[in-house]
Design a protein around this ligand. Structure first.
Ligand code: FAD
Length: 554
């Protein structure tokens, strides 16, 4: 079998790594206050037993299996139960709740591991001839329901795992363009680029377990998008295997060649074919990289500062600020500070409170700077002035170092809460600057009304990240203790209220998580009936038999 590694079948990340709160003294009291859950006494569920997972027998006609084996080699075709389960879902809360309840309505029937583009073409040819469904699989980290086969699918379903296509093929050093295979995971891809002094600069929170092809197929965005752009900006060309050949987009810096086919493939969630490689913009590894932390008196001041930074000449790599609730959460997840650092922290907060700052309103911000030491110095000076003008306060690099170190560990927190019956999930949007505070307030009101409707104590918090000339992304995290009877019904009420508030207040249904099945009900309100009609026409003409990841997005 292949050497492709996957995440835990029942949760995030790798076996043996989990979130712990014992070394974070503020965390248990914070959770108790936020959602009423006592971490010290709550009963924890055991990891589910794989033997209990029920999966229907695969639909795997012998002739199809033989063709697939010819395409990718006998050992790279499997109908093994664990392989099928691992390839069924992404890692949305809905996915995690169902897998823990051992509830799989429809798993893929066959998993294949092609090693190159010819093998992918062989798989597509065999599937089309047999009328089988093809679902490309990257890291399986999506949280929009972009992978699972439809429950009533009667055709054979093949999960095409791109994990063996993970090489950096070439760098055009004159142009800063790298050709990379689509199945490369974030760390693999950055390590290969770093060996030659380059970086892609795309660091989503899921970086360790997501792939280049998945980023393109979901229109992903990384935490340094302010400098490097979203993946839609970074990807300049690619190769996509389709039934009648390969769709090739060459890496031209900009072109006036009608509606952009490149843009049609970006965000297509596997519906237009299988991306085998992409040509992406890469950058020389910056000489200096530093993240500074700032405090703002409240959300209004903080947002104003972020807007001013986005219109200034500063061009930082990260602009991120948490609202009062999320800042409180961040401080509660810090490890115990002792000695001098505890003294400094306590003195800082009494100083701020003395100036009339209120603990629940104070906003913690991280601003990243990258480039030559001169550039970093100059851009930081611009930011510092803006922060001061908006009555903010710089507190140095210490908290930024901590943020940088723990950013890829936070995803484990969701599994930890689920162990104790609490749902923790996220929804994100983008809106023009003029509407951001309105969106923020509307989402809070909608979430709190939803909690009241389901009769649960709930929590909501938010941060701004990914700033643009005309607006920014707002990222919300919500949590509540679910009831036993209909946990997903309760979740739907809260999640649905938040998504609807995005639309009603002038935001989009997703800035960077894609549509999948999860956000599809709101697509028409977002892009209009005619917009959906154009997209529908694209999918039905490009894939008339609905073989490529059918029913995702629309
Ligand atoms: P998968 O989940 O395997 O697939 C996603 C979709 O892309 C599917 O429709 C699949 O069919 C299609 N696809 C995958 N590979 C190909 C290919 N080669 N050709 C054609 N279609 C393909 N997203 C962000 O953008 N930014 C974040 O900061 C971020 N943080 C996250 C944190 C957590 C804890 C989690 C669970 C998710 C996060 N996500 C984030 C969402 C997720 O990581 C992204 O959607 C990511 O781009 C998915 O990549 P993947 O390789 O895991 O794709």
């Amino acid at each position: 079998m292949t050497d492709v590694k996957h995440m835990k079948w029942w949760g995030w990340g790798v076996d043996g790594v989990a979130f712990h709160h014992e070394d974070k003294p503020g965390f248990a009291p914070f959770v108790k206050k936020a959602v009423g859950l006592d971490l010290w006494t709550a009963e924890r569920t055991e990891k589910p037993d794989f033997a209990d997972v029920q999966v229907a027998e695969p639909i795997a006609p012998a002739a199809l299996l033989a063709e697939l084996k010819t395409a990718v080699g006998d050992e790279n075709v499997t109908t093994d139960k664990l392989e099928r389960v691992v390839h069924t879902f992404g890692k949305s809360l809905r996915d995690l709740v169902r897998i823990r309840a051992l509830k799989i309505d429809r798993a893929p029937d066959i998993v294949v591991y092609p090693a190159d583009e010819d093998a992918v073409a062989g798989v597509v040819k065999a599937a089309v001839a047999a009328g089988a469904v093809l679902i490309p699989f990257g890291g399986g980290s999506n949280i929009a329901g972009s992978l699972e086969p439809h429950a009533d699918e009667t055709r054979p379903v093949i999960s095409v795992d791109l994990g063996r296509l993970r090489l950096l093929l070439d760098i055009d050093e004159d142009s800063g363009l790298a050709r990379i295979q689509a199945g490369a995971l974030g760390p693999d891809l950055e390590a290969q680029l770093a060996e030659r002094g380059w970086t892609l600069g795309h660091f989503p929170d899921s970086f360790t377990h997501s792939t280049l092809g998945g980023w393109i197929a979901t229109r992903s965005s990384g935490m340094q998008s302010d400098k490097y752009g979203d993946i839609a900006d970074i990807v300049r060309g690619f190769r996509v295997v389709r039934p009648n050949g390969t769709l090739v987009i060459r890496p031209i810096p900009s072109a006036s060649t009608g509606p952009s086919v490149r843009e049609m493939v970006v965000g297509s969630e596997g519906r237009l074919g299988i991306i085998t490689e992409a040509t992406v913009q890469v950058h020389r590894i910056p000489e200096k990289r530093v993240i500074h932390a700032y405090f703002f008196k409240n959300w209004d001041h903080a947002i104003k500062a972020m807007q001013e930074i986005s219109e200034s000449d500063a061009s930082p790599s990260i602009t991120r600020v948490s609202d009062g609730n999320e800042s409180g959460f961040s401080l509660a997840t810090s490890k115990e500070s002792k000695g001098v650092s505890k003294f400094v922290q306590d003195s800082l907060f009494s100083f701020l409170e003395g100036r009339g700052w209120k603990p629940g309103e104070i906003c913690l911000s991280f601003i990243g700077f990258e480039g030559s030491p001169d550039h970093v110095k100059r851009t930081k000076a611009i930011v510092d002035k803006i922060v001061k003008r908006n009555s903010g306060l710089g507190v140095g690099t210490g908290p930024g170092v901590l943020y940088d170190q723990k950013k890829f560990d936070t995803p484990y927190l969701r599994d930890f809460l689920l162990d104790m019956g609490a749902a923790g999930d996220v929804s994100e949007t983008a809106a023009p600057w003029s509407k951001l505070i309105g969106v923020h307030d509307a989402v809070y009101a909608a979430a709190n009304a939803a909690y009241e409707q389901i009769g649960r104590q709930g929590w909501i918090m938010s941060h701004l990240s990914h700033s643009y000339h005309s607006g920014a992304c707002l990222y919300f995290t919500f949590a509540f203790v679910m009831g036993d009877e209909d946990p997903l019904g309760e979740y739907d009420i809260v999640k649905g209220a938040i998504q609807q508030a995005f639309i009603d207040a002038g935001g989009t249904i997703s800035h960077h998580h894609g549509v999948g099945l999860e956000h599809a009900p709101w697509l028409e309100q977002d892009i209009s009936t005619e917009g959906v009609a154009v997209m529908s026409g694209l999918f039905s003409s490009a894939d008339p038999d609905g073989l490529f990841n059918p029913r995702k997005i629309i």
